[in-house]
Design a protein around this ligand. Structure first.
Ligand code: SAM
Length: 266
């Protein structure tokens, strides 16, 4: 994704409105609230913060101690435009970035998909070192290969995940999954049909790979609002679902007093 300026431009313009980002940002805010209650001054790092949409959302909710890092100069420039001090950091060298800094919460949304099976464990180790003993890592990730589609090609996604991928590697880094759910379960049949149709078109050469478009576009406002409300209902009444194109996890550092429980139905 790094270097594809047009994708950062779209993200910057649309992430405040698009149903998917709004739902994700609300999920993150709920996770923070569950752990920290009304506190708003804890140190939060958005690792791979993109164009700063989540930082902006959290600032609007009153969070005061926000830090962002990203490997893209485009992303950092958009964050600066929003008034955030964001440093350009390649997460593969996270250990070199402000080596003594630790955070109460680290958010790392849709970044692990750019790391290979070999590169991901060292990143998780670095993130674990940056968490305070009772800190949390909140992470959303692309899920299930069956959902591969044009979006993956357009933004250069290397891999998709299932929960088992993390269950194996996180404990080795002193991290454990407090809760996890795939989402959006309700919309998954629709998303699946769209992605499978895209795969078919690409495989049969009816559509060229170079023409692949990301999912970052704003549908008609009634549709955008309907999708947002459907996901909101899911979030409220189906807290844990077994299937969806994304996997949302709240992860405790080992020092945490929280009970270890993995909650996705497998
Ligand atoms: C799909 S975007 C997600 C951005 C943001 N977390 C969000 O939820 O909107 C992935 C982000 O990861 C960043 N990224 C990818 N590989 C990276 C790396 N090795 N080091 C730092 N950032 C990286 C990209 O620049 C991009 O901003």
């Amino acid at each position: 994704m790094i270097g594809r300026s047009e994708e950062y431009d779209k993200m910057f313009r649309l992430e405040g409105q698009l149903w998917w980002y709004r739902s994700l940002h609300e999920r993150v805010a709920t996770a923070l609230q569950h752990r920290f209650g009304r506190r708003r001054d804890m140190a939060i790092l958005d690792a791979g913060c993109g164009t700063g949409g989540l930082l902006n959302f959290l600032r609007q909710r009153g969070y005061t101690n926000l830090r962002g890092i990203d490997g893209s100069a485009d992303a950092a420039a958009f964050c600066h435009e929003r008034g955030f001090f964001v440093t350009i950091v390649n997460l593969t060298t996270l250990t070199d970035f402000e080596p003594t800094a630790q955070y109460d919460a680290i958010i790392c949304n849709d970044v692990f998909c750019y790391f290979t099976e070999t590169d991901l464990p060292p990143l998780l180790t670095s993130l674990a070192h940056r968490l305070k003993p009772d800190g949390i890592l909140v992470s959303n990730n692309n899920a299930f290969n069956i959902f591969r589609g044009e979006h993956d090609l357009a933004v250069g996604i290397v891999r998709r995940f299932v929960l088992a991928d993390f269950e194996q590697v996180l404990p080795k880094n002193g991290l454990h999954i407090q809760s996890a759910t795939y989402w959006s379960f309700i919309l998954s049949p629709l998303i699946l049909i769209m992605r499978q149709w895209q795969q078919l078109q690409l495989n049969f050469g009816w559509r060229r790979r170079e023409e692949a478009q990301s999912d970052v576009y704003l549908p008609k406002s009634w549709l955008n609002e309907t999708l947002y409300q459907l996901v909101k209902i899911e979030q409220r009444f189906l807290r844990r679902t077994p299937f969806g194109s994304s996997l949302f996890m709240i992860i405790d550092s080992l020092g945490s007093a929280g009970e270890i429980h993995t909650v996705v139905n497998k």
